[in-house]
Design a protein around this ligand. Structure first.
Ligand code: CO
Length: 199
């Protein structure tokens, strides 16, 4: 007996629909991967990268982790960025956070068990660095959302300082880093205006 049969049923129906729309669909995708975008987003189940920007399989390379954090010492994230920049040569890297991010909120509360506490430590630092701005916001929800935005900006800043990106820009590669935030309540993206396309 198969486990999770409903998911296999969904999969068969999805594959059949794709083929009905375009008989060469899988053959073409299997031939080559050439996405133009690297998406670095939160693991949150409500923020599926391809879906919210209307991109099909093959069009976006994806790294998702808790609270869309770029740790320079995280081999997982660094390998994704290296492959995207050096091999796939994507033109755009999008760091996309979202309002009401559970990881961001957790980083404002009591210490968590490892490894989550270490993972979220950059956000605890951001809370301290931006304590004055944050304490001036009366509404808990608005303070939380502001911290989500601050986090995206910080990750864009980390990203643009990485040797992988510096080298790509030094050799003249066209590459732009974007910082966006997604609102789960209305399904809309906002550009945080931190676009960077040079070292
Ligand atoms: Co999140």
């Amino acid at each position: 007996m198969k486990f999770l049969p409903e998911l296999f049923d969904n999969n068969r129906q999805w594959a059949a629909r794709q083929l009905a729309d375009d008989p060469s669909y899988f053959g073409r995708l299997a031939g080559i991967q050439r996405p133009d975008y690297l998406w670095i987003g939160c693991s949150d189940s409500r923020v599926p990268a391809n879906t919210i920007v209307g991109l099909a399989p093959g069009e976006v390379f994806v790294q998702r982790n808790v609270s869309n954090i770029v740790h320079a010492d995280d081999n997982n994230c660094m390998s994704v960025i290296q492959y995207a920049v050096d091999v796939l040569q994507v033109s755009h890297i999008i760091v996309c956070g979202h309002y009401h991010c559970g990881g961001v909120l957790a980083a404002t509360g009591p210490a968590l068990a490892e490894p989550l506490e270490s993972w979220l430590s950059p956000i605890r630092c951001l809370c301290r660095d931006h304590a004055q701005t944050l304490s001036g916001i009366a509404s808990d929800d608005e303070r939380w959302d502001r911290l989500c935005e601050i986090n995206v900006r910080a990750q864009v800043s980390t990203l643009t300082g990485l040797p992988i990106l510096r080298s790509a820009w030094a050799r003249g590669q066209s590459l732009t880093v974007h910082g966006w935030i997604y609102d789960i309540k209305d399904g809309l993206l906002r550009d945080l205006d931190v676009c960077t396309s040079t070292a």
